[in-house]
Design a protein around this ligand. Sequence first.
Ligand SMILES: C[S@@+](CC[C@H](N)C(=O)[O-])C[C@H]1O[C@@H](n2cnc3c(N)ncnc32)[C@H](O)[C@@H]1O
Length: 325
Amino acid sequence: MGSKGIGLAIPVVGVSLFLMLVFFFLYNLLPSVCYITMSQQKKQQQQIQYTAQSYSEDPIGPPSEDDIKWAKSQLEKNRLGEGKGWHQLRKGINPRTREEQLQDLRKYKGISHYDDNNHTAMVCPGELLVEEHHSNYGEPWAGGRDVYEFLGRAARLRRDQRVLEVGCGTLRVALHFIRYLNPGNFHCLERDELSLMAAFRYELPSQGLLHKRPLIVRSEDMDLSRLGREGEDYVQYDLIYASAVFLHVPDALVWVGLERLAPRLAPIHGRLFVSHNIKFCTRLHGEECSKRLSKVGLEYVGKHTHDSFLFNHYEIWFEFCRSKS
Ligand SMILES: C[S@@+](CC[C@H](N)C(=O)[O-])C[C@H]1O[C@@H](n2cnc3c(N)ncnc32)[C@H](O)[C@@H]1O
C-alpha cells in the first residue's frame, strides 16, 4: 500500500472505531434488554400483521363484542334461563352425577351391548371417562381457555412457533395450545402420574388431538434434557409458561428450573410467564431478586392481570424475557 492508501485508511479506521464506541455506549444505555433493533422491529411488525391475519381466520380470542352479543341474542330468542330454577329441569332419560355414572360404568363394564371387551382401541378407565380429573386442581375447567387466550395474545403466538408448559397437569390450558399449534410444537414437563394418565388416555384421544403429537415428558426435577432436540441443538421456545405451578414448588427448584429455561427462550421476542406470584424471587430481599434473575439469564418485563370470560375471577401473570449476555 502506498502512502496515499495509508492516508485514507487511518480516517476510515478512526471513523469505524468511533461508530463502534457510539454503538456500544447506546447499547448499554438501553433500559430493557428485551429491546429490538430496527430490522428486528420490521420483522416483528411483519409477524404481527401475519398474526392479525391468522386471528381473523381462527382467532385466539377473547371473543369479540359481536360474538358476545350474538350468544346473548340466541339465549333471548330461545327464551333460555328466564325462569328461575332452570337447573331443576334436569331430567333427561337417565340423569346421573359423575359418581353414579362411574358406578354404572363399573357395574356394566362400559355401557355397550357387547359381551366381551375386544372392541375398544384404547380402553379408558371409568374415572377418566366421567372427567373426575377436571376438578383435580379446584379451578373450573373453563379457566384453561382464559389462560390460553391471555398468553397466546400476549406472546403474539403463531401456529408455527413453539410453546413449553411447566406442569401442564391434566391439560386444562394445554389442550387449547395443542389444538392451535402445528404438530409437535407443544411441549410439557409434568411430574404427576394421574395427570399424565388423564392427558394420554382421555384428553388427547377424546379431543381428537393425538395427531398433534405433543411432547409431554414425566419429570419432577426440571430436567429439560428430554425436551425437543433439533439437530445438534435443543429447540428454543417462543413462549414458556408455568400456570399455578411455581407457587407449589420449593424456591431452590424454581431457580434450578429458571436457569435451565432461560437459554431455551428464543432471544428478544421469547417470553416466560409465571402466574399468581413470584415469591421465589421477592422473598430475596433488596436488589437480590433482580440480581439473581440476571444471574440465571432473565429479566423481569412486567406484571399483568386478566379477567375470566365465564366466571368472576382474575389472574395475575409475571412476564420475563432473556437478558442480554
Ligand atoms: C395447580 S396444577 C396446574 C396445572 C395446569 N398448569 C393448569 O393450569 O391447569 C400444578 C401442576 O404442576 C405440577 N408440578 C408441580 N411441581 C412440579 C415439578 N417440579 N415438575 C413438573 N410439574 C410439577 C403438578 O403435578 C400439577 O399438575
